[in-house]
Design a protein around this ligand. Structure first.
Ligand code: BES
Ligand code: MN
Ligand code: ZN
Length: 505
């Protein structure tokens, strides 16, 4: 697999800011004038140049205001970038990340080819240097990300930022920060991979394309990869999964990835990802508005592949299985029709009242297939419901699980990764909305609590292991013509979750 050329080389350097021979030193400013330790060192070396400039009021006080200074006297670096972190008492995760993003965006479009960042000196309450360096790394990778595969005249910037180093703050242990940086780089690669898969349009990113990507990943990192075709899925009795792809001319693929990094006796963690490479809705056709975004309906599967890239980079000592049911949901003479009844791999029958509720139809068979691995836990990721976007917007993913220990582990990983989740109920009370007169259940539960009834549907198949479901419909991509693009979420959360489990083992 190729390494994205826009991703810079990252390193940690124990270096005084004023002596660094860098194209740009990046330092934070609080309350419009309070200098971070590195900024103070620059100020002293320059005989008060920085404080004089700040007195002039040229750096705004708003979070993410920037001021680029050239050739500051007494400072070895060619440039100094001042970044406002806003008010001291308001410094939190959100503001830190906004300031960092603003700095990297500016540097992306400027002339510096390398930089030394000291932004992580900022005292974000409750967050250590490791967290700050990880977030700064991910926000740099995010700002520098490019997807040019579909442009006839891709233009890489003439002066690209190629090297980023982080100054080791006084008193910080190098080993811990190095570890955080290594994890962040692995996550950045995984996120970039998930973004590429999401951003690849559905005429290219087909189920077969995903399977080829999985094989490529397996070859690079030594995973085992098996791709089940329609016939193999028929043999397994995956009648629900196969019914969804019937209306498409792209054959379905059920991708199985294995990373055997732990002891043979250790139960694996299983990641299941919905991969509808295009969701037209089927015969229950979607309206035209925003249908162009339905290539992102494979983002759950993409996040599994992205996470495998991250754990492959890290050589994680843990057994992990990835399951990706991949197909396309199209209207056609052969497609599912409202009222059709299918038999899932579990033997349970499903009345398909709406062919657009197809994600649960492919996930249910994957959840049954997962049982053969005797999992330590199963996590599924899916752009499952528009209702989740209505409930939570685009900041947290919806988390559904009745396993309190697993919920706590996921919440903790989500918080550490700052790839947040919000728990919604999975109460049995909602199950009756799925009643069908003719089959064991219907595939929709009406408008009230739409993302909850979807999760309740999955719960009927996730038997025999601890299980959690993440609805990522609002978090996996950004919509709208201007900003359209994959976010790579929840790769950071999943990687942190697995790193934590490896640590425990
Ligand atoms: N892939 C969609 C969910 C979705 C909608 C993701 C909007 C991202 C943005 C899913 O397959 C779907 O169509 N769900 C239906 C379910 C309904 C028919 C019960 C929905 O949410 O409208
Ligand atoms: Mn749908
Ligand atoms: Zn869908």
């Amino acid at each position: 697999m190729k390494h994205p050329e826009y991703l810079p080389e990252f390193s940690i350097k124990a270096q005084a800011s004023e002596k660094a021979r860098s194209a740009c030193v990046v330092v934070g400013v609080i309350d419009g004038s309070r200098l971070s330790p590195a900024a103070r060192a620059l100020d002293e070396a320059s005989g008060g140049y920085l404080s004089a400039v700040l007195k002039g009021g040229d750096l705004g006080t708003g979070v993410g205001s920037t001021l680029l200074l050239q050739r500051v006297p007494g400072v070895a670096a060619e440039r100094v970038l001042l970044v406002s972190l806003g008010k001291a008492e308001e410094l939190n995760e959100k503001n830190y990340r906004s300031a960092s993003a603003a700095a990297w965006r500016l540097l992306r479009d400027g002339g510096a080819t390398d930089a030394l960042s000291c932004l992580h000196e900022a005292d974000v309450p409750g967050r250590d240097v490791a967290w700050r360096v990880e977030q700064d790394t991910l926000s740099a990778a995010d700002a520098l990300y490019r997807f040019d595969a579909m442009k006839s005249q891709a233009k890489a910037p003439a002066k690209a930022l190629k090297k980023i180093s982080f100054a080791l703050p006084q008193g910080a242990g190098k080993a811990g920060v190095e570890r955080a940086l290594a994890a962040a780089q692995a996550i950045a690669l995984g996120v970039a991979f998930a973004k590429d898969l999401g951003n690849t349009p559905s005429n290219v990113c087909t189920p077969d394309h995903l399977a080829e990507q999985a094989k490529d990943l397996a070859k690079t990192y030594g995973f085992k990869c098996e791709v089940l075709d329609r016939k193999a899925c028929e043999k397994l009795g995956m009648g629900s999964f196969l019914s969804v792809g019937k209306g498409s001319d792209k054959p379905p693929r059920f991708i199985v990835l294995r990373h055997d990094g732990g002891k043979k006796t250790q139960k694996p963690y299983v990641l299941v990802g919905k991969a509808i490479t295009f969701d037209a809705g089927g015969i229950s056709l979607k309206p035209a508005a925003e249908m162009d975004e339905m290539n992102y309906d494979m983002s759950g599967g993409g996040s599994v592949l992205g996470t495998f890239r991250a754990i492959g980079e890290l050589g994680l000592k843990l057994n992990v299985v990835g399951l990706i049911p991949a197909c396309e949901n199209m209207p056609d003479a052969a497609a599912n029709k409202p009222g059709d009844i299918v038999t899932s791999m579990s033997g349970q029958t499903i009345e398909i009242l709406n062919t657009d509720a197809e994600g649960r139809l492919i996930l249910c068979d994957a959840l049954t297939y997962a049982q053969r691995f005797k999992p330590a836990a199963v996590l599924d990721m899916a752009t499952l419901t528009g209702a989740c976007v209505i409930a939570l917007g685009s900041h947290p993913s919806g988390l559904f699980s009745d396993d309190e220990a697993l919920v706590a582990q996921i919440q903790s990983a989500a918080d550490a990764a700052w790839d947040r989740v919000w728990r919604l109920p999975l109460w049995d009370d909602y199950q009756e909305q799925l009643k069908s007169n003719l089959a064991d259940m219907a595939n929709i539960g009406g408008r009230p609590g739409g993302s909850i009834t979807a999760a309740c549907f999955l719960a009927r198949f996730a038997k025999g292991y601890p299980w959690a479901h993440l609805d990522i419909a609002g978090t996996a991509y950004v919509g709208g013509r201007e900003k359209k693009g994959s976010t790579g979420r929840p790769v950071p959360l999943l990687t942190h979750f697995l790193m934590d489990r490896a640590q425990q083992a």
